[in-house]
Design a protein around this ligand. Structure first.
Ligand code: SAH
Ligand code: SF4
Ligand code: F3S
Length: 482
């Protein structure tokens, strides 16, 4: 007989992991291994969630394989743009034929796209091959959902409209043993008018600083040297703890920890050698943060500062809450404190009402800031967002033409920027053996520039000086400095 199911988390999930383990052992009687594959779309946040899903699956007794031909396949979806959405349906088409050959295969879908009711309806009625569907607020429940599926044989749909619990302390599987993402907050309250994230990820909530620090201390003892602090807007960290009956529960004044303070505390943890963070909203970036970045050697001198548009008028319509001039002043301040800092950005082209003049303002910002890298996106209409019902949607041909012009400018500048390190010696965190040439290893500088150089697997996980010899666009070939 099994004990009764624990009510409290995370005990409840550990209970279900044990129960699933028994079921998986049973299934293994007919096969040597039970395999799984997690296919991830979207941002760093999703990638980190996938590490949590993998941790649970390994605990249960599944073994990871590449590709989609596994006994258990899970898609962690993104819906930030329409094409992220389309990708999933493409994969599901392929899985239909795979599942015909392997009827015992289990297919699960989770992530941001599953928070959209129309998607779930489509999956329910048109994709009967899908066994389990859950959203962004209950990924911690994977073991319980698998158990329910295996023990009842029913299709399982569990999508919550918000995070009732934030359950931590569950297993995680890291792709690299020496670096890890760490959630410092969940959700987003900014409601940029084009963006679906606040609807699918829910309200902004910060994790208590002591929990974050305890997690980082723990992973540092397991060999993690580099952490990436994750949040949709890390600069507003520490303001909101929770919600009760729809009302915001603010962090009491005497317990408030700001993002720069948190960053300082993370830098004090032994064993942590590099600290990164993502993403910074320009409207909330404080002078204190710039000071901490400049002062703390462990903080990577790289800041991702999405501008979205260079036109103050469009920025207003986007609800970004800064002007072109404020953004440029901020960049100036950052560069004054850290002359060699690497700045990267996100830009949207073709937001409703964007005129040629507005677009030229964006090009102007790109030229003035000289980004090390800029991720450029064509505006994508997301149902339910304010921008989706705005007038003056820009014709596709015009958007494409602007997009190409932007890309040419962005690339030209970033070649020049990244090229400035030629013959400079930089510390590189070695990540892996090069995929194409086994004689080489691949790593990253603090600016996040990829470097390939001669070396072997004994170097993986160490930070070593490398001379950057020749720049090949976004990456370098280098030579170890001995
Ligand atoms: N929280 C982060 C962004 C998360 S989404 C921030 O505010 O910076 C990542 C990027 O996707 C955004 O910066 C934006 O450039 C882009 N994006 C979001 N919604 C989009 C849409 N509807 N169409 C095109 N690009 C979009
Ligand atoms: Fe989206 Fe804006 Fe929130 Fe970023 S800050 S996730 S762009 S709403
Ligand atoms: Fe996509 Fe969700 Fe991230 S919509 S960009 S995976 S928060």
């Amino acid at each position: 007989m099994h004990n009764s199911v624990p009510v409290m988390e995370p005990d409840r999930q550990y209970y279900y992991m044990d129960r699933c383990k028994e079921l998986v052992l049973e299934l293994k009687k007919n096969k040597d291994v039970m395999t799984y594959s997690v296919v991830t779309f979207g941002c760093q946040m999703n990638a980190h969630d996938s590490d949590k899903l993998k941790g649970i699956l390994e605990m249960i007794g599944f073994e990871e394989v590449e590709g989609e031909n596994a006994d258990f396949v899970i898609f962690n979806t993104c819906t930030v743009r329409e094409n992220a959405n389309k990708k999933l349906y493409g994969h599901l088409g392929h899985l239909k034929s795979l599942k015909k050959k392997k009827p015992n295969m289990i297919i699960a879908l989770c992530g941001c796209m599953m928070q959209e009711p129309h998607v779930v309806e489509t999956i329910k009625s048109k994709y009967k091959i899908v066994d389990i569907v859950f959203g962004t607020h209950n990924i911690y429940k994977l073991a319980e959902l698998i158990f329910n599926r295996l023990s009842t044989g029913e299709r399982i749909f569990e999508i919550l409209d918000k995070s009732y619990d934030t359950v931590e302390k569950l297993p995680q599987k890291r792709k690299y043993s020496f670096k890890s993402g760490v959630n410092i907050m969940y959700g987003c309250n900014n409601f940029c008018s084009y963006c679906i994230v606040p609807y699918v990820r829910g309200r902004e909530k910060s994790r208590p600083a002591e929990d974050i620090l305890a997690e980082i201390r723990d992973i540092s003892t397991k060999g993690v040297k580099e952490v990436m602090l994750l949040g949709q807007n890390v600069n507003s960290y520490g303001q909101i703890y929770n919600y009760e009956d729809g009302k915001i529960v603010r962090v009491p004044e005497n317990e408030k920890v700001t993002f720069p303070e948190l960053l300082t505390m993370v830098c004090q943890i032994d064993g942590i050698e590099r600290v990164r963070f993502m993403t910074s909203h320009p409207k909330d970036l404080s002078d204190e943060l710039i000071q901490v970045m400049a002062r703390e050697p462990k903080v990577c001198k790289h800041i991702h500062l999405p501008v979205q548009s260079g036109s103050t008028d469009i920025l207003g319509k986007m609800n970004r809450r800064y002007t072109k001039e404020q953004y440029l002043d901020l960049v100036e301040k950052i560069r004054q404190a850290m002359p060699d800092v690497s700045i990267t950005t996100d830009i949207i082209v073709g937001f409703p009402g964007e005129s040629e003049e507005d677009f030229l303002e964006t090009l102007d910002v790109v030229k003035k800031v000289e980004y090390d890298q800029a991720y450029t996106f064509i505006y994508s209409k997301r149902t339910g967002t304010p921008a989706s019902i705005m007038d003056n949607q820009v014709p596709e041909s015009e958007v494409k033409e602007r997009f190409n012009r932007l890309l040419a400018t962005v690339n030209e500048i970033s070649y020049k920027r990244v090229g400035r390190y030629e013959n400079v010696i930089k510390d590189v965190l070695v990540e892996e053996i090069n995929h194409q040439d086994k004689e080489l290893v691949t790593g990253r500088t603090e600016e996040n520039i990829t470097v390939h150089f001669k070396g072997d697997s004994s170097l993986i996980g160490s930070i070593i000086p490398v001379k950057l010899l020749s720049c090949k666009g976004f990456y370098y070939l280098g030579e170890r400095e001995l």
